[in-house]
Design a protein around this ligand. Sequence first.
Ligand code: DLL
Length: 433
Amino acid sequence: MYWNQEIETMPRESIVNLQGERLAACIRRVYDNVKPYREKMIAAGVTPEDIKTVEDLRKLPFTYKQDLRDNYPFGLFATPLDDVVRIHASSGTTGKQTVVGYTQNDLNIWDELMARTLTAAGGSRKSVIHVAYGYGLFTGGLGAHGGAQRIGAATVPVSVGNTKRQIQIMLDFGSSLLCCTPSYALHLAEAIEEAGIDKSALKLKSGCFGAEPWTGEMRSEIEARLNIKAFDIYGLSEVMGPGVSFECSAQSGLHISEDHFIAEIINPDTGEPLPYGESGELVFTCITKEALPLIRYRTRDVSSLIATPCACGRTHVRMTKPAGRTDDMLIIRGVNVFPSQIESVLLNFGDVAPHYIIIVDRVDNLDTLEVQVEMSPAFFSDEVRKIEELESNIRREIESVLGLAARIRLVEPKSIERSEGKAKRVIDKRKLI
Ligand code: DLL
C-alpha cells in the first residue's frame, strides 16, 4: 500500500530531475538567507549559479553537527523566527544541544513523510496507532503523531514510561500499530508475558521501530514475541525527525523520500562520494525544508545505498539498516566493532535474552572487552557447569566472527536495566581515563 503512489513510484529519471530543480532553488535561498552558509560557499569558491543538477552537489561544502553548535540556537535558520511554528532539540551526549526549527510547510511535509512510513507498515484510517516514542523536544513522539493523524488513524499519544498503563491501553483501545524504540518494544513484550496476558487479546499487527540501531535478529525476536510484523524507521532531528526513510513490505532496506532529501554515501576519512552498494557515512541534503535546510549534512551513520528496483514497486533509493554511528564504532585492540555485530552473535544463541551491555576498558595498556548478557528465564540455572559451557560457546563465536577475545558473563534474567527510549548498551571506560 502506498500513501502517495504517484510520488513513491515516480520513474527514477523524474526523481533526479525534480531533485536537481529543488536543489538549485534551495541553494539560492540558503545563500541569500543564511550567512554562515554564504561564507562557506564563498570560501569554497561556489556560487548558487554553479548548482543546477544533482551532480553539482559535490561542489558544495559539508555541514557538521559542530556548525549547528557554533550557530546555536537559530543561526542556520533560513527563515525569520516569525515563520517558525515548532522547535525541537536533541540533547546529545556532549556539548550544546542541537536546535531545529520547522515552518508550517515543513510540518506538513513531515506529516506526509510519516504518513508514507505508517502506510507502508500497514497503517490506515482503520488503525489505532499507539505512539510510545517520547513527546517533547525529541522528534519521535510528535513526528509519529503527525503522520498517524494525517492518515486518519485513531492516534494514541501515550509517550514513554508507565509500562503497565501502556499495556492496559493496548488491550482496552485495541492498539494495532505500535511506534517505539525496538528496545522498548522488547521491554513491552516481556512485561506482557510476565503479566500472563493472553497475547490473542492484543490487536497489534505491526510496529514502526527506530531511533536506535537494531539487528535482523532483534527484529525476529520482536516479531515472534509480539506476534507482529516489525518495520524499521530511520531519521534524525537535524534532517527532519523520524520518517526520513522507512521500510516497506519487502523489508530489504529503507526507502529514502528522495523528493525531499538527496542522500549520498561518502568515505568518512576523505569525504569522497562512494558508489551505490558501498558502505560509508550517510550524508543528507534537505531540498524542500524552509526553516532549516541543511546541505550535505554529515550524519555519522554508517550505511550503503541500494538503487535496484524494489519488490514493493517504490522507486526511491533504499539505504541499508544503519549499522551504527561512526562515533559508536568501538576500536578494540585495533579491531573495528559495531555493537550491532555483537548483538547479532548473541541473539543467535537461543539461551540468552536480548538484553546485554558491552563494557570496554583498558588494563595494563591493553583494551579489554566484556559482554554481559542475560540468560533466558528458561535457561537460568544454578548449574555452574552449564553456565560456563554457554559462556565459552559465546566467547568462541565472538572470537570467530569479530576476531576478538572477549570475556562473557551470563547474568540473571532482569538484571540489566530496561530502556524506555534509546538503549545505552556500551560503557567505554577508556574514555574516562
Ligand atoms: O532518533 C529520530 C527518530 C525518532 C527516528 C523515532 C526514528 C524513530 P535523533 O534523536 O536526532 O532523532 O537521533 C538520530 O538516531 O543519526 C541514528 O544514529 C539513530 N537512528 C535513528 N533511527 C535509526 C534506525 C531520532 N532506524 C540518530 N536505525 C541517527 C539505526 C537509528 N539508528
